[in-house]
Design a protein around this ligand. Structure first.
Ligand code: CA
Ligand code: CA
Length: 746
């Protein structure tokens, strides 16, 4: 196609030259260029075309070096492609392109100045009215020590209320405050009093009053599933079958039979395997002292042991035995004699405080070589064969004992509230509710309820019913004091969201344990689902009850530190804070999270995730006692201290403070409805927050590690919070560095 075109043009030119006299002079001397004005934006990458109309040769020249022409000379008409360098100055600039030939012509070139500007936050002044419900999870024992005994205390917390106020929190969840036998205090020994290590009731009252004066509520951690083993209730129950406290605990002589018959109220109607164990109360005669004859019948598929009292002479162990008893207070193997085919016998002087077992190996307990009772309460009756079993292989005992149930093992016995539908009528319920009344009357504003799944062993209906009775009982006391709102209660229903949400039937808040996984997913660059997932939590909870409060958090004292899960990546930790504090719901900050504490309990135990706050570089007020040998010293250096981070504008602590202030300043940030913005998708999580009175914020988080440019149609002239480097160009596009965030007031 090209060749014919050239041929036609060539023939026309030939005609023009050869017929010169016949061609009007005007055409020969004409030169026009169009358009006569070119306009570029600051970083324009386009080429713009100029059409040159003439029949004679021409040349072109740009007036400035930033204007580039693809050709500066032509034999006749044609086109010139014009491009420009980026204009990095803020001012517009102008230049021109001059054409000379048959005539002269000029094209003006203008280029806008750069309007790419770095955004800085310009929030409205904070009026001091904290609007957010942000809560700080605080471990009393390791938060702040006022009297230098190394244990955190109530006066220590009072001395740090300014810190908590600056962090923007409006409530404290205190770890259990009651007397205890452990450092963590989840084994309560008296619900009506306070751990003397933490201070007196006067100190506690002073804390409540001082916190309230700063707009900070106090939530106590209440442990309803179990008490400590050293609680006087349990001691009495264990010592005396006639004790009034016997019914406060889950006690049975025959747990399996009672469970099968539905007599264990704690199971809420059904046995849930896996969680919890039965321990001997030690009240029965499980052992025996005296002469006994043992006969094992190994002839059939059903193995039995028959024990009889006897005056026959005692025998010594058979050194070439095939089968043994494991018996004695200092247990040892005793070989039996084969008296006929597969009948094994021995007479012994017995002195055992626990019973006995049968073994078919002296060197291993594995592979079915251990034989015993089929249930945890196998009592041998003298003269009667007892069936043996090598799967459960429980100790065979000589008398009845009672067993108590502990969801978390033998040192925290579960409390018994009877049939769930009438739990509030049980003595244990009334007693503990009465203790809660005492603290509510002192000014406590709510409770965090420990282990609510296990009150009635993961039985949702039973737990819902119990929690509603507990809530209503506490709320009645709370409202009787003149409060116009309802008491706040957040449950530790450590379950998948699909089950957790059901617990809102009983109480007005639960921890959303799936939230942090969604946050980590977003911070890994998969941010598209964040908004819809969070909105799903909110709507699912509200569907259970209209006053539902979704408690969101990263991690707590039972989990690896958030920073650990985020790979100790400070950019991600900062953005995690910014996202938590721009997300609807009730955010919780776990002590030390705001400083970037890391630690894994998987390899180093619980204490590594419960590290004391390092207040200043010198370690003053640091509550190290009991945890000092389990602190990661590589972490707890002066640079991570509150003193150091308060002075560092680029610190993680400052991000928490800034975004908390944002949340407290704007009603839309504190309690606005969330909806995805057009920018949401891929590595970008972006949403609007709209308050009931119409205030609207645009929230943008670039969760990727690469810079991101986004065209925006919203008004981005009012940035009110910025994390990382955020630039805008002409209010039509945003440029966010990796893990940068920005919030605009629209
Ligand atoms: Ca102390
Ligand atoms: Ca329980």
């Amino acid at each position: 196609m090209r060749k014919p075109g050239i041929l036609i043009l060539a023939s026309l030119l030939t005609a023009a030259v050869s017929c010169g006299e016949k061609t009007p002079q005007a055409e020969l001397t004409s030169l026009t260029v169009s358009p006569t004005e070119l306009s570029f934006v600051s970083d324009d990458a386009s080429n713009k075309l100029l059409l040159v109309s003439t029949t004679t040769s021409w040349s072109a020249q740009a007036s400035a070096g930033w204007i580039h022409l693809d050709k500066t000379f032509g034999e006749s008409g044609g086109s010139v492609s014009v491009s420009v360098d980026p204009n990095e100055g803020t001012a517009d600039r102008t230049g021109s392109i001059s054409f000379t030939g048959a005539q002269s012509a000029s094209v003006s070139v203008t280029q806008k100045g750069s309007d790419i500007r770095v955004l800085t936050a310009q929030p409205d002044a904070f009026d001091g009215n904290k609007r957010s419900s942000t809560t700080y999870q605080l471990l009393i024992y390791s938060f702040a020590d006022s009297d230098s005994d190394g244990v955190g205390d109530f006066r220590g917390i009072i001395s740090k209320l300014d810190y908590l106020d600056a962090l923007g929190v409006t409530a404290l969840w205190l770890s259990p405050a009651h007397p205890t036998s452990s450092y963590h205090a989840y084994d309560v020994n008296d619900y009506f009093s306070l751990n003397p290590l933490y201070g007196t009731e006067q100190d506690f009252q002073a804390l409540i009053d001082a916190a309230h004066a700063k707009g900070i509520k106090i939530y106590m951690d209440y442990v309803l599933n179990h008490s400590g083993k050293d609680h006087p209730w349990f001691k009495s129950a264990a010592a005396d079958p006639e004790s009034a406290y016997r019914d406060y605990y889950v006690i049975s002589k025959t747990p399996d039979e009672d469970a099968a018959a539905g007599r264990i109220d704690n199971y809420g109607g059904a046995r849930v395997p896996g969680m919890g164990s039965w321990s001997s109360l030690g009240d029965g005669k499980v052992g025996y002292k005296g002469r006994l004859h043992f006969k094992l019948d190994w002839t059939g598929s059903s193995k039995t042991v028959t024990v009889t009292q006897t005056d026959e002479p005692a025998q010594s162990s058979n050194p070439s035995a095939k089968i043994w008893l494991w018996i004695g207070s200092n247990a040892k193997n005793v070989g039996l004699y084969e008296t006929s085919d597969n009948i094994f016998e021995i007479t012994l002087d017995v002195d055992t405080d626990w019973g006995f077992l049968v073994r078919t190996s002296t060197t291993t307990w594995d592979g079915g070589t251990k034989w015993g009772g089929r249930t945890g309460s196998s009592v041998v009756t003298f003269g009667e064969p007892l069936k043996l079993d090598n799967s459960t292989a429980a100790n065979i005992v000589f008398g009845e004992t009672s067993y108590y149930f502990g969801s978390f093992g033998s040192y925290m016995p579960d409390l018994n509230y009877g049939p769930y539908s009438t739990a509030s009528e049980s003595a244990a319920f009334k007693d503990i509710a009465s203790s809660a009344d005492k603290w509510i009357r002192m000014g406590v504003d709510g409770f965090r309820l420990d282990a609510v799944l296990w009150i009635y062993q993961a039985q949702v209906t039973a737990n819902q019913s119990f929690l509603k009775q507990w809530y209503d009982r506490c709320n009645e006391t709370y409202r009787s004091l003149g409060h116009s709102d309802d008491i706040f209660m957040v449950g530790e229903a450590w379950e998948a969201h699909s089950t957790e949400k059901l617990y809102y039937k009983g109480i007005n808040s639960c921890f959303e344990f799936e939230y942090f996984g969604e946050l980590c997913k977003a911070l890994g660059g998969n941010a598209a689902s964040y908004v819809s997932t969070v909105n799903g939590y909110l709507s699912d909870h509200t569907a259970q009850r209209s006053d539902a409060i979704t408690s969101i958090f990263m991690t707590n004292h039972d989990q690896n530190r958030a920073a650990e899960s985020l790979g100790k990546n400070l950019d991600k930790e900062k953005q995690a804070a910014a996202m938590l504090l721009t997300t609807p719901g009730k955010p919780f900050i776990y002590q030390g999270e705001e400083l970037g504490y890391w630690g894994s309990k998987d390899s180093k135990g619980d204490v590594y995730v419960r590290t004391p706050i390092l207040w200043d570089k010198a370690g003053k007020d640091c509550a190290r006692k009991g945890v000092e040998n389990n602190v990661d010293n590589a972490m707890l250096t002066s640079s991570i201290s509150v003193e150091a981070q308060s002075a560092d504008e680029a610190s993680l602590l400052r991000v928490y403070q800034d975004f908390s202030r944002l949340r407290n300043t704007y009603p839309a940030a504190a309690a606005g409805a969330m909806s995805a913005s057009p920018l949401n998708g891929g590595a970008v999580a972006s949403w609007y927050l709209t308050s009931s009175d119409g205030q609207k914020l645009l929230v943008v988080h670039n969760c990727g590690s690469a810079e991101k440019s986004l065209a925006v149609s919203d008004d981005i002239t009012r940035p009110v919070a910025v994390l990382g480097t955020v630039k805008a160009d002409r209010n039509t596009s945003l440029i966010l560095s990796g893990h940068a965030s920005v919030v605009f007031l629209l």
